[in-house]
Ligand binder design. Structure first.
Ligand SMILES: [Zn+2]
Length: 78
């Protein structure tokens, strides 16, 4: 299992997620982000808006995703 924080995954807080694959951890972070968005949490709404901006440019989104995946892969197993 590897651990990353909400912030490391483009979010806004220090909540941690643990998963075996990047795909899995991205799903956890997405679910958490959606939850916080529903709760009208301002920092998370801002983070989500930044991600939305990024998604307007598929290349930028792809690069971001690849970068985060590399970050995840570089982590040591815990
Ligand atoms: Zn968060």
């Amino acid at each position: 299992m590897k651990t990353m924080t909400c912030k490391q995954l483009g979010g806004a807080c220090d909540k941690t997620f643990s998963a075996n694959t990047f795909k899995e951890i991205a799903e956890f972070s997405k679910a958490h982000g959606a939850e916080m968005y529903q709760a009208n949490d301002a920092p998370h709404m801002e983070a989500m808006n930044n991600m939305m901006e990024l998604m307007k440019t598929p290349d930028a989104m792809m690069n971001w995703f690849k970068e985060k995946e590399a970050e995840f892969d570089a982590l040591s197993e815990k």
